[in-house]
Design a binder for this molecule. Structure first.
Ligand SMILES: Nc1nc2c(c(=O)[nH]1)N[C@H]1C(S)=C(S)[C@@H](COP(=O)(O)OP(=O)(O)OC[C@H]3O[C@@H](n4cnc5c(=O)[nH]c(N)nc54)[C@H](O)[C@@H]3O)O[C@H]1N2
Ligand SMILES: Nc1nc2c(c(=O)[nH]1)N[C@H]1C(S)=C(S)[C@@H](COP(=O)(O)OP(=O)(O)OC[C@H]3O[C@@H](n4cnc5c(=O)[nH]c(N)nc54)[C@H](O)[C@@H]3O)O[C@H]1N2
Ligand code: SF4
Ligand SMILES: [Mo]
Length: 751
């Protein structure tokens, strides 16, 4: 019998509501849910392939345990025992601080990934914590933390209301948006133009987003910070600064004016590869627009001045009076954000509370840069990583110098992976615990609701029942139980109940909390019956910004109310949140935090040294998702996408036609070439997430069209110093022509 069921898509940040078709106990189709309050029916090719992903025959359905060197299927009891034994051996020999943890991107898209990894890290007591964040948005966190006092005070463009949008270093028509959760981003950009607004895209490549824009500026990669500084320069120089409602909450304006003096458009034009007049016009138009927003992403973040660039995005939003006003850049209010409690200075935000052992890199948000993971595993001495836990990550392909990490992971005493696939990273594990597919997992966007361009709350319970194995919440809870010394066989519900009692005790003791002074037992008894993750969600909703305060506000949000609204609850357009949201010690917006002022000097000094060679940038594709969706027929058919894009004039000059040899600091690759006008001269582009040609993986289709691993060109030595983010865009490379006959075909990443 065919039925349908609603499920929020977990495959990217757009969080579209899907209607799944269920037949005979499995998902057989997916379409957009027209009644979804947030996505209104939008769906992309990845969401449409939900059924293939859910039923992929290469998905692990039983755990794998290494026996005599070979990963073999095991029962869940055997696998949990092996995980407990492996971890306990390392814990007793070297302590929890010797265990490294890597958290990959899908943790932002699962409930378990939000709720349990922090408990695992605390249980270990380790500083060896790594995630995809230092391959991605860590610069944004650091900039937000230093300016507003909270690293998660995200500023997102108010897409539905803005009159003028500058997209710098993002390609939302392909990525579907990032750090700005919006279903049908492209539709919103078209509406902006239809209502008479203007779209400017700043990107070295003429992307699909750039092609849609009213204006496209194509700078040299890695130069966004200088370009934005020149915009700031003009705003001051031409007296266009207008702080509007923010004027009372800002400190550091004069320092920024002073810093910007060195970045006149004439000074940066050649370095950026953009005309001084174009920069001037951009600044004037931003200042003149009734409302405007600058939105920066990967291209601004994963570069050498990523934190400075991310900071300047919001400096421009502030100087033009557009921060925190409708149509500008605003702060979402998630349903699990704590209830606002009025203006109150905070403790502020610091980086560098500890440093990596080998090369002394500062922590940011309690994480060390992924780029130093290999050396932390390889280098003997106190604090060396002896065991690894990876959850939902594939750093062998996603981080710089995968070959080195590949070798390093092969050498740890014990490795545990929680992942549905046997891939380039998990092939090194001693135990792999596979979570069930999305249809059998619950969904709530803990992280992405804090980035949504319209406030909303939506929850999807599991659509189908579990088969034999546990859900991911139970898998991660059991790992936590081992680390807390309770034993892998203890009741996993203990973990959630412990969190609930601690959180409620804290809330009850907090005079500003909606449940101040109320007995914890009484509050606990009010929580919804159900799995631990639902009880925790209910608690967070009820303590949250729209919550019922455990009865204090009878109309407020509870999990029960949310479940009664399967298409979600719309919580309205974004609202101004300043100054209450500020958590800086001054209680003000810090426009010129000292670490950023210092790094701006480094930027100024770098203006003189521009290298003349080719630089490499990344590229995403609509039917791809980092490294893990190359195993689905619907997404990998057609022409090879792992190609090197090059401008025709560059190709002609170099004599490059079909195939090229690329050399970077970390290695060499032979790549198929795609000649296109859609890329700036001097710039090459190659997507990441490919290179599926290693032995011992279990993604059959992906192995048949492996592509090459772009990150092998990168040795990981160049980081954005403040955030520790790897530089993935604008890396110097050498390109040489290769005759197709002179290379073995297997080393060419063609399909
Ligand atoms: N050169 C270059 N490199 C890049 C980038 C770039 O633009 N250029 N982008 C970077 C960015 S932005 C990111 S976010 C990183 C991504 O880096 P990673 O997160 O390390 O890599 P992914 O390819 O996203 O791998 C996700 C893993 O999660 C598993 N998985 C999928 N669903 C689930 C689930 O429900 N539970 C669990 N436990 N596992 C699951 C998949 O099987 C896969 O192994 O790559 C970065 N690397
Ligand atoms: N289809 C698809 N969707 C995805 C993903 C995917 O792999 N495939 N990955 C998801 C993830 S994990 C993330 S983080 C998001 C990322 O979302 P986006 O940031 O929107 O995605 P990118 O395609 O990396 O866009 C970065 C753009 O910056 C440009 N660029 C490179 N260097 C520079 C520079 O120095 N300056 C400027 N101004 N531009 C530069 C590139 O040409 C590219 O167009 O996408 C998410 N969505
Ligand atoms: S845009 Fe993202 S959330 Fe929406 S259907 Fe596609 S992959 Fe899923
Ligand atoms: Mo990402």
């Amino acid at each position: 019998m065919t039925e349908s069921a609603l499920r929020i898509c977990p495959l990217c940040e757009a969080t579209c509501g899907l209607t799944l078709t269920i037949d005979d106990g499995r998902v057989v189709g997916a379409r957009g849910d027209h009644d979804d309050v947030f996505s209104a029916g939008y769906i992309c090719p990845k969401g449409a392939s939900f059924a293939e992903l859910d039923n992929d025959p290469d998905r692990l359905t039983a755990p794998l345990v290494r026996r005599n060197g070979t990963l073999t299927e095991a029962t869940w009891d055997e696998a949990f025992d092996a995980a407990a034994a492996g971890l306990s051996a390392v814990l007793s020999a070297h302590g929890g601080a010797s265990v490294g943890v890597y958290l990959g991107n899908p943790n932002a898209h699962t409930m378990a990934g939000a709720l349990y990894p922090p408990l695992i890290i605390r249980g270990l007591g380790t500083h060896q914590v790594y995630s995809a964040s230092t391959l991605d948005q860590m610069p944004k966190h650091v900039a937000l933390g230093l300016m507003f006092g909270s690293p998660v005070a995200f500023t997102v463009p108010d897409l539905d209301r803005t009159d003028y949008l500058v997209i710098i270093g993002a390609n939302p028509l392909v990525s579907n948006g990032s750090l700005a959760t919006a279903a049908d981003f492209g539709g919103k950009l078209r509406s902006l133009r239809k209502r008479g607004g203007k779209l400017v895209v700043i990107d070295p490549a003429r992307t699909r987003t750039a092609a849609l824009a009213d204006q496209h500026l194509a700078p040299r990669p890695g130069t966004d910070a200088a370009l934005l500084f020149a915009v700031v320069h003009i705003l001051f120089d031409e007296d266009l600064v207008n702080l509007g409602a923010l004027a009372d909450y800002i400190t550091g304006l004069d320092e920024v004016r002073e810093l910007a003096r060195d970045f006149s458009p004439q000074t940066v034009a050649e370095y950026c590869g953009v005309g001084a007049d174009e920069i001037r016009t951009l600044a004037r138009e931003l200042a003149a627009a009734p409302t405007a927003a600058v939105y920066g992403r990967m291209g601004t973040s994963t570069v050498e001045f990523g934190t400075v660039g991310s900071w300047l995005v919001d400096v421009v939003n502030i100087l033009t009076g557009n921060l925190d006003r409708a149509g500008g850049a605003m702060f979402p209010l998630s349903p699990v954000a704590p209830a606002p409690r009025g203006r109150k200075p905070g403790r502020g935000f610091r980086i560098g509370r500890w440093h990596s052992r080998v090369s002394g890199r500062p922590e940011a948000l309690s994480e060390l840069p992924v780029a130093v993971l290999s050396e932390e595993i390889e280098t003997p001495g106190d604090g060396q990583i002896k065991a690894m836990i990876t959850i939902a990550g594939n750093p062998v392909l996603s981080a710089p110098d995968g070959q080195r990490l590949d070798r390093a992971l092969a050498g740890v005493d014990f490795m545990l992976s929680v992942d549905p696939y046997l891939n380039e990273t998990t092939r090194h594990a001693d135990v792999i615990l596979p979570p069930p597919p999305p249809s059998r997992s619950p969904h709530f966007d803990f992280a992405l609701n804090n980035l949504a361009v319209r406030n909303n709350a939506r929850y999807s319970p599991p659509v189908l029942a579990l088969t034999e194995g546990p859900d991911e919440a139970e898998i991660l809870s059991r790992i936590a139980l081992v680390l807390y010394g309770v034993g892998v066989d203890a009741d996993p519900a203990l973990v959630d109940e412990q969190v609930i009692s601690t959180t409620l005790a804290k809330a009850s003791a907090d005079v500003d909390s909606p449940v101040s002074g109320r007995p914890v037992d009484e509050l606990t008894a009010m929580l919804a019956d159900g799995p631990g993750y639902e009880r925790r969600l209910d608690m967070m909703l009820r303590l949250g910004a729209y919550g019922d305060g455990f009865g204090a506000k009878p109309d407020g949000l509870t999990l029960k109310r949310l479940k009664a609204a399967p298409h979600g609850i719309d919580l309205g357009p974004l609202q101004p949140r300043l100054p209450d949201l500020l958590r800086t010690p001054s209680g003000l917006i810090e426009l010129a935090p000292p670490p950023l002022v210092a790094d701006a000097a480094r930027l100024r000094d770098s203006l003189g040294h521009r290298s003349e060679g080719f630089v490499l940038i990344g590229r995403r594709h609509l039917r791809s998702n980092n490294s893990w969706m190359h195993n689905l027929p619907a997404l990998v058919g057609g022409t090879n996408r792992c190609t090197l894009q090059i401008h025709p004039d560059d190709a002609a000059e170099l004599g490059v036609s079909d195939t090229a040899l690329l050399k970077g600091a970390g290695g060499e690759l032979v790549v198929p070439v795609e000649i296109t006008e859609n890329i700036r001269r001097g710039v090459l582009s190659l997507p990441h997430g490919w290179g599926h040609d290693r032995d011992g993986t279990g993604q059959t289709l992906a192995a048949g069209h492996p592509g090459v691993n772009v990150n092998q060109l990168n040795d990981g030595s160049v980081l954005d110093p403040l955030s520790g983010n790897a530089v993935l865009n604008g890396i110097p490379v050498i390109i040489e022509p290769v005759g197709i006959e002179s290379v073995g075909i297997e080393s060419v990443g063609t399909a």
